[in-house]
Design a protein around this ligand. Structure first.
Ligand code: AMP
Ligand code: MG
Length: 467
């Protein structure tokens, strides 16, 4: 099998036909059964359940919805100050404490007028006062009678009688005489009282990840503290005899642990708190002990040890712990051997009794991509966040792509240009272990599983990992 764009051979082989571990897996399910994804629940051997990307993602979303349904009882909450709440998930509802805006607000600097007075242009009106933002009620003219006007500033309350604001650009004032050269429709340049939200209206709901607009809205209704969900604790267990800690000096054939750190960063961004466990050996007993420790967290993410090598023991260890597997692979590249399931063993100390886990492939880019595609929705659900779909941008492909069919690809790429000129091209890489190439990339091009060739100039889907 040739390997387009440097795809490692092992990743392109279906797990079930890999020669290294005959007998361990049953043949690949060609289609999933809609009734149940729980294809086995016993100890070894592990059945192989390799799903299309879409089916695997659906399974994840279904589990995320189940978590979401039970989250209020499960997760603790804490009160944080408003700025500290940015990026957190709201655990209370926020309502309007008064009408928004609390008075009819001028959106322009200009003149408060009766629109009917401007039926003949130019019109000359008599100025009877000035209203600035924050003007005391007793200083606002009590009525704008026909033929009268008041100068008004942006953000100032409208006086009674006036029904529109003419922008200052269409006026000139000499003494009390104001000449106006353009008409206005009733309501123009005014936001009516309560138009943005009536007193008591729900503004922000539980489960919302608080961005700057939500923080501003909470500020505008006087919330200096917000109740948010506690961050779920996510255990990160990296496996492999060749992996050493970042601070250690690696031997000639050893590799520094980078996956725990990419995951730590992704976990943080998705609203969790990473707990890095010691590196697990490629040996069953030690691995199982650390898996049990990891299962005490709210979510367990393992990296490595899920491919078809003789020392890829993660599934076996989980299976011995009576884990339930939703899938053991997805037809994607990078990241095909990704494993998703849940397990009760060792989880008694976790908040939920059963702990979800992912076995993410050890190749660093596979780890990053499979986190974004599959682990993130589960972590977000555990963090109390309402489900959301994957977000894609679109950009024009700069250079033709030729690729084998059968796997949906998420390939590191470089996005440039803006608006209708957005362009994207693959970065040259050495396959799913090439961290340096991926650090030069700023997105992933998404290639459907049935496309062999995509010509330059076609609009393609692009996944930004940070949106
Ligand atoms: P595995 O999935 O265990 O077969 O590992 C696939 C590749 O990823 C191998 O080249 C590993 O050395 C590498 N790898 C596994 N874990 C890590 C890690 N924590 N950091 C960096 N590379 C890793
Ligand atoms: Mg390994």
């Amino acid at each position: 099998m040739d390997s387009p764009i440097g795809i490692p051979q092992a990743e392109m082989l279906p797990k079930s036909v890999h020669p290294l571990r005959p007998g361990v897996r049953k043949p690949v399910q060609s289609a999933i059964r809609s009734v149940s994804y729980h294809l086995f629940m016993s100890a070894t051997p592990v059945h192989s359940t390799v799903l299309s990307f879409e089916d695997a993602r659906r399974v994840v979303e279904e589990q995320a919805a189940l978590i979401q349904g039970s989250i209020v009882a499960g997760m603790g909450t804490e009160s944080v100050d408003l700025l500290g709440a940015a990026g957190r998930v709201l655990a209370e509802t926020v309502a309007a404490d008064r009408d928004l805006p609390p008075f009819p607000r001028s959106t322009r600097d200009g003149y408060a007028v009766r629109s009917a007075d401007l039926s003949q242009l130019p019109a000359t009106l008599e100025a009877i006062g000035e209203i600035k933002a924050g003007e005391k009620l007793d200083r606002i003219p009590s009525n704008i009678a026909p033929g009268k006007t008041a100068s008004i500033m942006t953000g100032a309350p409208m006086p009674a009688g006036a029904d529109a604001v003419v922008m200052v650009e269409y006026s000139s004032q000499h003494g009390k005489q104001v000449k106006i050269t353009r008409g206005v429709a009733p309501g123009e340049n005014i936001v009516a009282r309560g138009a943005e939200g009536q007193e008591g209206a729900l503004l922000l709901d539980r489960g919302l990840r608080l961005n700057e607009a939500a923080i501003a809205l909470a500020a505008s209704v006087g919330k200096s503290q917000l109740q948010v969900y506690k961050r779920p604790r996510v255990a990160v267990l990296t496996t492999g005899d060749e992996i050493v800690n970042v601070g250690a000096t690696p031997g000639p054939t050893e590799i520094r642990n980078s996956n725990s750190y990419s995951l730590g960063a992704q976990i943080r961004r998705a609203g969790g708190e990473a707990v890095l466990l010691p590196i697990a050996p490629d040996e069953l007993q030690g691995l199982r002990r650390l898996i049990e420790e990891g299962l005490r967290s709210d979510l367990l993410l393992m990296t490595g040890g899920v491919s078809m090598g003789r020392y890829d023991l993660v599934e076996q260890a989980l299976s011995e712990l009576q884990a339930e597997f939703f899938f053991t692979g997805a037809k994607i590249q990078p990241g095909r051997p990704v494993v998703f399931g849940k397990c009760g063993a060792g989880a008694r100390a976790s908040r939920r009794g059963e702990t979800y886990f992912f076995g993410l492939p050890g190749n660093p880019i596979s780890t990053m991509v499979t986190f974004e595609l599959f682990a993130r929705p589960i972590l977000e659900a555990l963090a109390g966040q309402s489900p959301r779909s994957l977000a894609f941008l679109h950009a024009r492909l700069k250079k033709e792509i030729r690729i084998k069919t059968g796997l949906k690809r998420f390939l590191p790429a470089s996005l440039s240009g803006e608006f209708e000129h957005a362009e994207v091209e693959l970065v040259a890489w050495q396959g799913s272990g090439d961290i340096a190439a991926t650090a030069r990339a700023n997105c992933y091009i998404v290639i459907p599983a049935d496309r062999e060739q995509i010509p330059a100039g076609e609009w393609v889907a692009v996944m930004k990992s940070d949106c």
